[in-house]
Design a protein around this ligand. Structure first.
Ligand code: ADP
Length: 484
């Protein structure tokens, strides 16, 4: 019957071929100069003969490195789309099977199909799943993986007509790949795709807004400011969720507010609408307001974008978003002053507890903030700053947990253990200074704090504009003398 014939035809279709890939570079936003590198890869297809005649080696493989969701898959598709060639894709985790030999035969089948349908792009997602350095996994799972990796190496090497099939692989861990994979002639070209910056985020939002009924006055800058640290996949999702908001409310245009709400949701999950006592709201409001007020005093942190005490399902009670794009980095590391400012902001809720509730009311919330700080400091790993970060870590532990916890976070555990006494003394000094500074700022800004707390308890969330209005009315943000 017809159905059986169709099934038979389907079976003959190449397994890994994705039909109708019509992604173009214009669909991938925020790339900056990276685009030029990818345009060159397109030329290997469209002008292959020219390259070969001039003796230019066409790479066998290109490695797109970067965190999940930055658009690596999309880019690989765009290369195929721009070159007008076939696109084959597989996730490397699909190679890895329990039975020895299965992964290897899949690799062989994939490349056979790609060659039969050349010119083509072969895209291998999560290459590290199979490309991890050999011998690291023991047992039969390791054997299977090694066999798969060997087959992949053979397939990469096996092209006479280089330029007919180009392999693009993605990974977030180029550092753990087997050295044989990155040897010349294999994945010998690495392209790093970072998370988008402010302008990149605006561009990505706009790309996804193209096919949506956006209000004319949508403030993309506001949305991009609220979303730093987010990747393309998350930004695309924000636009989708905003569209759903609009439809649910029976409106016909997506507004800035839809996008901002969707951004909140993307970042923090669904609103938790559980009832809370007035005291709880107030407690959380004091903590959040304290962070915002102290942050507003510091050069690198003064851009408070948003504060809220509306809790999200299973997450923290409240939240202050600061614009981190403006944080000054010194060769990639926070300056000492900026680091101290961070500590001061993180200690602000605890300082506020002391001012408003008295010495013995240390809430769990404060402890959470200090632990959050530990994450912030993880990015500072030069020796000097590792020392400062470790100082603050130990200090946070001593100060908040009363020295009860012996758990260290970070890389240099044994080093810390050796010098724990020195560190604790130094760290305690730093934290005490920062803590006093936080109290000083809060005491100078009692009026502002009270106004913020009242408005937060009433409205649950304040925008940047609300915040700025109150700061202008009640704020006392004299720059402090550099006391540290
Ligand atoms: P990765 O492969 O890096 O994990 P993907 O390419 O799968 O990321 O991204 C998932 C989706 O997110 C894309 O299909 C696209 O809708 C969106 N996206 C990610 N990065 C970008 C970008 N730079 N420009 C536009 N859209 C993007």
């Amino acid at each position: 019957s017809g159905a059986r014939v169709r099934r038979a035809q389907n079976r003959k279709l190449p397994q890994y071929l994705e039909r109708g890939v019509d992604v173009k570079f214009e669909d991938v936003a925020g790339l900056g100069k990276i685009r030029l590198e990818l345009e060159e890869i397109v030329k290997f297809f469209t002008h292959g003969e020219m390259y070969r005649r001039r003796g230019v080696k066409i790479p066998g493989g290109i490695l797109l490195c970067g965190p999940p969701g930055v658009g690596k898959t999309l880019l690989a598709k765009a290369v195929a789309g721009e070159a007008g060639v076939n696109f084959f894709s597989i996730s490397a985790s699909q190679f890895v099977e329990i039975y020895v030999g299965v992964g290897a035969s899949r690799v062989r089948a994939l490349y056979q199909e790609a060659r039969e349908n050349a010119p083509s792009v072969v895209f291998i997602d999560e290459l590290d799943a199979v490309g991890r350095e050999r011998g690291l996994i023991k047992g039969s799972g390791g054997q299977e993986r090694d066999a798969t990796l060997n087959q992949l190496l053979v397939s990469l090497d096996g092209f006479e007509g280089r330029g007919e099939v180009i392999t693009i692989a993605s990974t977030n861990r180029p550092d753990i790949l087997d050295p044989a994979l990155v040897r010349p002639g294999r994945f010998d070209r690495k392209i790093f795709i970072p998370k988008p910056g402010l302008i990149g985020r605006i561009e990505i939002l706009k790309v996804h807004a193209r096919k949506k009924p956006m209000a004319e006055d949508v403030d993309y800058m506001a949305v991009a400011s609220m979303t730093d640290g987010m990747v393309g996949a998350e930004l695309a999702n924000i636009v989708e969720v905003a569209a759903i908001n609009m439809i649910r409310d029976g409106r016909t245009e997506i507004t800035t507010d839809d996008l901002l709400q969707a951004a909140q949701m993307e970042e923090r999950g669904m609103l938790d609408r559980k009832e809370r006592s007035f005291e709880t709201w107030k407690q959380v409001a004091i903590n959040e307001a304290a962070m915002a007020v102290v942050a507003a005093n510091f050069q690198d942190l003064k851009n408070v974008e948003f504060l809220t005490i509306a809790p999200r399902a299973g997450r923290e009670l409240g939240y202050v978003r600061m614009k981190m794009d403006s944080v000054k980095f010194n060769d990639g590391f926070l300056t000492r002053q900026s680091l101290l400012d961070h500590i001061t902001v993180q200690l602000a809720p605890r300082a506020a507890d002391e001012i408003w509730f008295g010495e013995d009311q240390i809430y769990m919330v404060s402890i959470c903030y200090v632990i959050q700080f530990i994450d912030v400091s993880d990015i500072q790993l030069s020796t000097i700053w590792a020392e400062t970060a470790d100082n603050a870590r130990s200090a946070a532990r001593t100060f908040v947990l009363g020295g009860l916890s012996d758990k260290h976070h970070g890389v240099s555990n044994s080093w810390v253990a050796d010098r724990i006494n020195d560190l604790d003394t130094e760290a305690l000094k730093i934290v005490n200074m920062c803590y006093e500074r936080a109290k000083e700022i809060l005491n100078q800004n009692r009026k502002l704090m009270e106004a913020l707390v009242d408005e937060l308890v009433e409205k649950k969330s304040l925008t940047k504009q609300d915040f700025v209005r109150l700061v202008e009315l009640y704020g006392c943000l004299k720059p402090l003398p550099p006391s540290i």
